[in-house]
Design a protein around this ligand. Structure first.
Ligand code: ADP
Ligand code: ASP
Ligand code: MG
Length: 414
C-alpha cells in the first residue's frame, strides 16, 4: 500500500461543509487503497485573526507567546477534520506538532523543521487510523512551541512525507494547480500541468503563495513527488518536476508579484571601502533579510544605496539605519563624510517574470521593460538572475503590470 500525505490549506477549510468535503476526499483516498496522513492549516482567516489579536494586546508581541497564540488555529482544525473523518466510518486521530513530534530549532515564528518523529504516526496507521497532523507548528528542543512561518503547513506536509517515506505529497488548495499567474489577478491565467522545481522555487520566493518556499526545497532535496490539486473540484492538478521531465519551455513560464516588501534608500553614501557593511550590517544583525541591493557610484564619489526589506520590517530598518548614520557621523574625524540621508517607500510592488527559457532567449528583459513603458509604468529597481527578471514599481500599478506582462509573453488561455 502506498502512503500519501494530503494537506488541506485554510482556504479549503473555510466552513464546516468544506471541512466535511476535505474529510470525504481523505476517506476516498483511503478507499482507493492508500494509506493516508492528513496535514491541515487553521481554518481560513483564523491565523490572521490570531495575529491581529496579538498585535492588539501588545505593540511588539513576544515571539514565544505569539507562537503559542498562532498555533492554536491548527488545534481547532485537526480536531474537526478528525471528527469528520470518524463520522464517515474511518478511524482518525488528531496530533499537535509536539505530539508527533515535529522538532524545530528555537527560532520563534520562523523556526525550521529539524526532524519528524515517525513512531506515533506509524502506530496510528498500524491501528487502522488516519493521523491528522497540525501543520505550521512544532516543538523546539527546549520544549517550546514554535511556528515555522506563515503559509508553513505545506512545509510540514512535505517534511512528514519525507520522514515517513511517502510515495507523494498532495497539496489541496482553492485553485486547481499552479497557474501562469495568480488566477485571482489574471483571469486568463492558465493551469500548468507541470512546473519545474527551479521555477517553482522562484515563484514561491517571489510572491506566489500557492506553495510555501521551503516545501518546494524539501520536496526537491528528497525527491518527493509534490502535486497541487483543488480541494473543490477534481482535476489533474500540477506536478512539480525536475527540468528534464518538463514539457513546457516557453521564454517565460509565469508572472508573479509581491506586495510585502518596502524600499529603503540611503542617499549621498561616500564611496569608501566597508561602507555597505557598516550600513547593512546592523540591519542583518536585527535578523532583517535584505534583498535587491542596488548601488551605483556617481561622479563626485557619492552614491545612493537602495535595497528592499520585508514590509513588516520597514520602520525598524529605517530606525536602525538612521541610528547608524548618527553613530558614524559622531565617531568620524570628518562628520561631513557621513552626510547621508535615509529615506523609504513602502508603497511598492515587486513584479517578476520567471522561466527556464530566460536562460536561452535573448531580449526578454527588453520586452518586459517595453511592455511596462507602454503603460507608463515607472521601473524603480531591476534585478535579474538566470531564470527570472524582477522589477520594483509603484504598488498601484502592480495588477496592471502583471496582466500586461502575462499577455505580452502570451501566457494566457486565449
Ligand atoms: P492555502 O490556504 O490552501 O494554503 P494559499 O492562499 O496559501 O492557500 O495559496 C493559494 C492561493 O495562491 C490561491 O488562492 C492563489 O490566489 C494564490 N496564487 C498566487 N500565485 C499563484 C499561482 N501562480 N498559481 C496558483 N495560485 C496562485
Ligand atoms: N495557518 C498558517 C497561516 O495562515 C499556516 C498555513 O496556512 O500554512 O499562515
Ligand atoms: Mg498556503
Amino acid at each position: 500500500m502506498s502512503l500519501i500525505v494530503t494537506k488541506f490549506g485554510g482556504t479549503s477549510l473555510c466552513d464546516l461543509e468544506r471541512v466535511q468535503a476535505a474529510a470525504r476526499k481523505v476517506v476516498d483516498c483511503r478507499h482507493e487503497g492508500h494509506e493516508v496522513i492528513v496535514v491541515v492549516s487553521a481554518m481560513a482567516g483564523e491565523t490572521d485573526k490570531l495575529e491581529d489579536l496579538g498585535y492588539s494586546i501588545s505593540t511588539r508581541p513576544n515571539p514565544r507567546e505569539m507562537d503559542v497564540l498562532l498555533a492554536s488555529g491548527e488545534q481547532v482544525s485537526i480536531a474537526l477534520i478528525a471528527m469528520a473523518i470518524q463520522d464517515l466510518g474511518v478511524p482518525a486521530m488528531s496530533y499537535l506538532g509536539n505530539q508527533v513530534p515535529v522538532y524545530t530549532n528555537e527560532c520563534h515564528q520562523r523556526a525550521r523543521i529539524t526532524e519528524v518523529g515517525c513512531k506515533e504516526l506509524r502506530r496510528s496507521i498500524e491501528q487502522g487510523a488516519i493521523p491528522v497532523v497540525a501543520g505550521f507548528q512544532g516543538i523546539a528542543p527546549t520544549g517550546e512551541i514554535t511556528t515555522i512561518g506563515r503559509g508553513g503547513s505545506d512545509t510540514t506536509a512535505v517534511a512528514i512525507a519525507v520522514a515517513m517515506e511517502a510515495s507523494e505529497c498532495r497539496i489541496y488548495t482553492d485553485v486547481d494547480g499552479v497557474y501562469t499567474a495568480d488566477p485571482r489577478i489574471v483571469e486568463q491565467a492558465r493551469r500548468m500541468d507541470s512546473v519545474t522545481f527551479e521555477e517553482m522555487l522562484e515563484l514561491a520566493a517571489l510572491g506566489a503563495k500557492v506553495l510555501h518556499l521551503r516545501s518546494v526545497e524539501y520536496a526537491r532535496r528528497y525527491s518527493i513527488p509534490l502535486k497541487v490539486f483543488s480541494s473543490f473540484i477534481d482535476g489533474p492538478g500540477t506536478l512539480i518536476v525536475e527540468e528534464g521531465e518538463s514539457m513546457e519551455q516557453p521564454e517565460v513560464s509565469a508572472i508573479t508579484f509581491d506586495k510585502n516588501e518596502a524600499k529603503v534608500t540611503i542617499t549621498h553614501v561616500p564611496d569608501i571601502p566597508g561602507i555597505a557593511y557598516q550600513l547593512l550590517g546592523p540591519v542583518g544583525d536585527a535578523n532583517i533579510s535584505v534583498d535587491m541591493i542596488v548601488q551605483n557610484v556617481s561622479r563626485n564619489q557619492r552614491t545612493d544605496l537602495t535595497f528592499t526589506v520585508p514590509r513588516s520590517n520597514f520602520e525598524q530598518s529605517l530606525e536602525i539605519l538612521r541610528d547608524q548614520v548618527i553613530r558614524l557621523r559622531s565617531e568620524a574625524e570628518d562628520p561631513t563624510l557621513y552626510d547621508m540621508e535615509v529615506v523609504g517607500d513602502d508603497a511598492i510592488a515587486k513584479v517578476t517574470a520567471v522561466g527556464l527559457g530566460i536562460r536561452s532567449h535573448a531580449g526578454i528583459a527588453t520586452k518586459m521593460f517595453e511592455t511596462l513603458a507602454q503603460y507608463g509604468i515607472n521601473i524603480q529597481m531591476i534585478s535579474t538572475s538566470e531564470i527570472k527578471i524582477s522589477v520594483v514599481i509603484h504598488e498601484d500599478f502592480c495588477e496592471l503590470a502583471v496582466r500586461m506582462l502575462h499577455s505580452a509573453f502570451d501566457l494566457g488561455t486565449d
